[in-house]
Design a binder for this molecule. Structure first.
Ligand code: URP
Ligand code: ZN
Ligand code: ZN
Length: 495
């Protein structure tokens, strides 16, 4: 019998801390061994892959993915199912996604949306997956279910400071943070001031300004910075309970986060490729085309992109996720064009569904940009998300005997295929990508999930249903919950 199931030799492994030439042996879906380069080339295995000198990284962990959600972010619903979204994930080197189980405002339970999300995903995914609970009705009864959610492997929530269907008041945010702290559950916060943006939207509409570009005008930077500051203050009132500020786009918000971190507050932050590769000028494309770039917060300007890159380099941003939330452009029922009427040929930006696709392009775009070291690339796209969301070291690492054999083998420089991003070559169900025409410098050649090759030279070879639900533990990043507990209870802080 062969000693190993798979051996990858002649590769250069990159982790969050090191770059080194190692061979990798895989057995039973786990990394079994890392050994000096070429030392395993002659060892028996069911399959061997010559990495031909290319980089090998842990599989991508994307913990901000919206699939099969109801109408919540404008007039439209997601073009991707668990099947098509997870297929797109593996084609872009991502082996684990964490999606949302959305609670509607009227729902009297958190466990029910979780059960519904399981039903949609079970048997349909190509990659491993988990869930965050999206909480929009935080009654005491509903929040009393957090302990059971945690037992079910759901250790994070997302709440919103905007969107009519989801926005929480400050007292509701405090209640969520309070209960989350008790259960060591991480609260993700969408920080935009909903009341202000609604008022600005009405002002623009009164002036008959409806085109997609006014989406950005209705959401100026100050509105993200104000809400970010408020979220930080609210979490400080709950004895510094940990929060994660998602999809940060704005320099002022970034600065405020950095300040809180420097003061020792457990504030984590996420950014996304749209804030590194797109700008608000994209929303000013001719006719209705700008709708392809409508997401919230909106892309800003080039100077903001520089600040966001710097925030990745200096550690202000803990993770880089896709916020994959796709709506097809030419779909007049569920997509971007659902807001076009005879009277309003450029639609109404208020109703354009907010969100863009990106789970497949996240790793290639950032890997290629040459703006952060490769170890940092692995840290923010795989290792830190795994640590923050309780998946580490099963995911996001290459620890022999411990980590799942989730890996990406990139192309060696002399074997690169045509690497211009084209929607027709992507694997989501969306009819466009906002990154059309961008040339990247590399792409995953093989994606390996629990020892199985699922993406092989631009071909999906994995099977729908191979993806497994992963029960998550609490965050281990910076030993965050232990530090919080050592600093004292909420009651002590209150009194
Ligand atoms: O525009 C965005 N970001 N759509 C997805 C929903 C969200 O708030 O993450
Ligand atoms: Zn959000
Ligand atoms: Zn999102």
């Amino acid at each position: 019998m062969e000693a190993f199931d798979l051996i990858i030799y002649n590769g250069v492994c990159i982790t969050a801390s090191d770059v080194g030439a190692y061979d990798i042996a895989i057995k039973g879906g786990k990394i079994a061994l890392l050994a000096p380069s070429e030392s395993l080339a002659a060892v028996d295995a069911l399959r061997k892959i010559d990495a031909e000198g290319a980089y090998v990284t842990p599989g991508g962990v994307d913990c901000h993915v919206h699939l099969q959600e109801p109408v919540m972010f404008g007039k439209g619903s997601s073009s991707d199912t668990f099947e098509t979204g997870s297929r797109s994930a593996i084609a872009g080197g991502c082996t684990t996604i964490v999606c949302f189980a959305p609670q509607q405002k009227h729902e009297p339970s958190l466990l029910r949306p979780l059960a519904e999300a399981h039903e949609k995903a079970q048997g349909n995914t190509y990659c491993d997956y988990g869930f965050h609970l999206l909480v929009s009705n935080p009654t005491e009864t509903n929040l009393s279910e957090l302990g059971r959610l945690k037992a079910e492997g759901v250790t994070s929530l997302k709440i919103y400071m905007t969107y009519e269907a989801l926005q929480l008041r400050d007292d509701q945010i405090l209640s969520v943070l309070h209960h989350a702290r008790d259960h060591h559950i991480l609260t993700m916060i969408h920080a935009e001031n909903g009341d202000v943006l609604n008022w600005l939207t009405a002002q623009l509409e009164a002036r008959k300004l409806f085109a997609p570009k006014y989406h950005a005008t209705s959401r100026p930077s100050a509105l993200e910075a104000e809400a970010t500051n408020r979220a930080i203050v609210l979490s400080s009132l709950i004895a510094n309970t940990p929060i994660l500020l998602v999809h940060i786009s704005d320099p002022e918000a970034t600065h405020r986060i950095r300040q809180a971190q420097t003061a020792g507050q457990p504030v984590f932050a996420e950014t996304c490729p749209q804030y590194l590769f797109l700008t608000r000028k994209d929303l000013d494309a001719p006719g209705f085309e700008g709708a392809k770039y409508v997401c919230s917060p909106p892309p800003r300007d080039e100077a903001s992109q520089d600040v966001i890159w710097e925030g990745l380099r200096n550690g202000t941003f803990t993770i880089l996720s896709s916020d994959h939330c796709p709506f097809s452009y030419n779909d007049s029922e569920k997509g971007k064009k659902a807001c076009i009427t005879h009277e309003r040929p450029v639609g109404e930006f208020r109703h354009i569904p907010n969100g863009i696709p990106g789970v497949e392009t996240r790793l290639p775009l950032v890997f290629s940009a040459n703006k952060i070291p490769l170890t940092k690339f692995v840290e923010v796209t795989s290792t830190n998300p795994a640590k923050l969301y309780g998946l580490y070291p099963k995911k996001g690492a290459m620890m022999p005997g411990v980590s799942d054999a989730d890996l990406v083998i990139w192309y060696p420089d002399d074997k690169l295929p045509d690497l211009t991003i084209r929607n027709e070559a992507l694997h989501h169900a969306n009819d466009y990508t906002p990154y059309e025409g961008i040339r990247v410098k590399n792409w995953p050649r093989y994606t390996i999930l629990r020892g199985e090759v699922v993406w092989d030279n631009r071909e999906i070879v994995g099977k729908k249903g191979y993806g497994q639900f992963v029960k998550r533990e609490t965050a281990v990043l910076n030993n965050v919950w232990k530090v919080v507990e050592e600093q004292g209870s909420f009651d002590a802080a209150l009194l």
